[in-house]
Design a protein around this ligand. Structure first.
Ligand SMILES: Nc1nc2c(ncn2[C@@H]2O[C@H](COP(=O)(O)OP(=O)(O)OP(=O)(O)O)[C@@H](O)[C@H]2O)c(=O)[nH]1
Ligand SMILES: [Mg+2]
Length: 311
C-alpha cells in the first residue's frame, strides 16, 4: 500500500540527571564531591532511504521515541547517552512541525484555529541524507561541577533537560525529472513501461494506476526519473475520480509530459480538461509541458494532423 502523508508524535530522550555523591576513601575522611553528569537524551533523526517507498509504517506506529540519557553516578562517572532513533523515510519526504502546538488545554482552543500552520523542518531529497528533527535533552551536571572555594560540599546537581516533543507531519513528494499527466487510459503507464525499467500495471480501462509509479530511463548513461500518476478527470480538484492529491508527486518535476489518446473525440477538449485541473493545483500550470498523442501507430496522417491542430 502506498501512503504519502502521515502524522507522527515525536518524543526525543530526556537528559539524565547529574548525581550528588561524595568520595568515600579510607584515608581521606572528607572526600570531595564526585557526582557525575547525566548523559544526553537520544535525538530523533530522519534519514532518506532509496529502498523505502511509502510512509505506510507510520500509520501503524505513529509514536516515535528516542532513549533517555542515563543518570550520572559517583566517582565522577557520567551516565551513558541515550541512543538516537534513526527513522528511515522515502526520498522526497518533507517533515513539518505543526505550529502553535498547545502546551496545555487552554491554549488548545486558540491553537485549533491555526492547525494548518506548519513549519518545514527538513526536505530529504538525497539517498542517506539525514536531519535531526527532535533533539534530545542535555544531561544535568553532577555535584562535582559545583565545587568552589566557598562551597566544599555542594549537595546540588542539575536534573536532565527534557527532550523535544511535538507532532510532526510527513509528506512525501516524489522527486522526478518528468511527470506524466493525462486522462485515464491515455497510455501513461504504457509509456513508462517502454522507456524505463518500471513494470507498471497496464489495462484497457480507466484508473488502472491507483498509486504513483516511478521509473528510471537511462539515456546516454544519464538517469532520467519519470513519475506516472493516476489519471485525472474533470473535477479532480473537487475529489472526482482519484482526485488531484497525486499531483503532489509531479509538483517537483522539471517537465510535464501530457499524453493524449488520439482516439479521443476531440483531443483539444481532452487537453483543456487536464489543463483546467492543473491550474486548480498550485503553480503546476506554469511548468514546462510537452504534449504528445498516443496510440497513433494505426492511424492516417490526416486524422493525426487534425487532432494535433485541435490542441
Ligand atoms: N495501440 C496502442 N495502444 C496503447 C498505446 N499505449 C497504450 N495503449 C493501450 O491503452 C490502454 C491504457 O494504457 P495504460 O498505459 O494503462 O493507460 P494509463 O494512462 O496509464 O491509464 P490509467 O492508469 O488508468 O490512468 C492499454 O490497453 C494499453 O495497451 C499505444 O501506443 N498504442
Ligand atoms: Mg496507468
Amino acid at each position: 500500500m502506498f501512503v504519502d502523508t502521515a502524522k507522527v508524535e515525536l518524543h526525543a530522550g530526556k537528559g539524565g540527571d547529574g548525581a550528588v555523591s561524595f568520595r568515600h576513601e579510607i584515608y581521606i575522611p572528607k572526600g570531595g564531591p564526585d557526582g557525575g553528569d547525566g548523559g544526553r537524551g537520544g535525538s530523533i533523526i530522519f534519514k532518506a532511504d532509496k529502498d523505502t517507498n511509502t510512509l505506510l509504517d507510520f500509520r501503524f506506529n505513529p509514536i516515535l521515541r528516542a532513549e533517555n540519557g542515563k543518570n550520572g553516578s559517583g566517582q565522577r562517572s557520567a551516565g551513558h547517552s541515550g541512543k538516537d532513533l534513526i527513522v528511515e523515510v522515502p526520498i522526497g519526504t518533507m517533515i513539518y512541525r505543526l505550529a502553535n502546538q498547545a502546551e496545555n488545554a487552554n491554549q488548545a482552543e486558540n491553537a485549533s484555529q491555526q492547525t494548518s500552520d506548519r513549519i518545514l523542518l527538513a526536505d530529504l531529497t538525497h539517498d542517506q541524507e539525514t536531519a535531526v528533527i527532535a533533539k534530545g535533552g542535555d544531561g544535568g551536571f553532577g555535584n562535582a561541577h559545583f565545587k568552589s572555594s566557598v562551597r566544599q560540599t555542594p549537595r546540588i546537581a542539575e536534573v536532565g533537560e527534557p527532550g523535544e516533543e511535538f507532532i510532526a507531519e510527513l509528506e512525501l513528494k516524489l522527486l522526478a525529472d518528468i511527470g506524466l499527466v493525462g486522462l485515464p487510459n491515455a497510455g501513461k503507464s504504457t509509456f513508462l513501461s517502454v522507456v524505463s525499467n518500471a513494470k507498471p500495471e497496464i489495462a484497457d480501462y480507466p484508473f488502472t494506476t491507483i498509486t504513483p509509479n516511478l521509473g528510471v530511463a537511462t539515456i546516454d548513461s544519464q538517469d532520467l526519473l519519470i513519475a506516472d500518476i493516476p489519471g485525472l478527470i474533470e473535477g479532480a480538484s473537487e475529489g472526482k475520480g482519484l482526485g488531484h492529491a497525486f499531483l503532489r508527486h509531479v509538483d517537483r518535476t522539471a517537465v510535464l509530459l501530457h499524453l493524449i489518446d488520439v482516439y479521443n473525440d476531440n483531443a483539444g477538449e481532452a487537453y483543456q480538461t487536464i489543463r483546467t485541473e492543473l491550474e486548480k493545483y498550485s503553480d503546476l500550470k506554469n511548468r514546462p509541458e510537452i504534449v504528445a498523442l498516443t496510440k497513433t501507430e494505426g492511424l492516417d496522417r490526416e486524422i493525426i494532423d487534425m487532432q494535433t491542430a485541435s490542441i
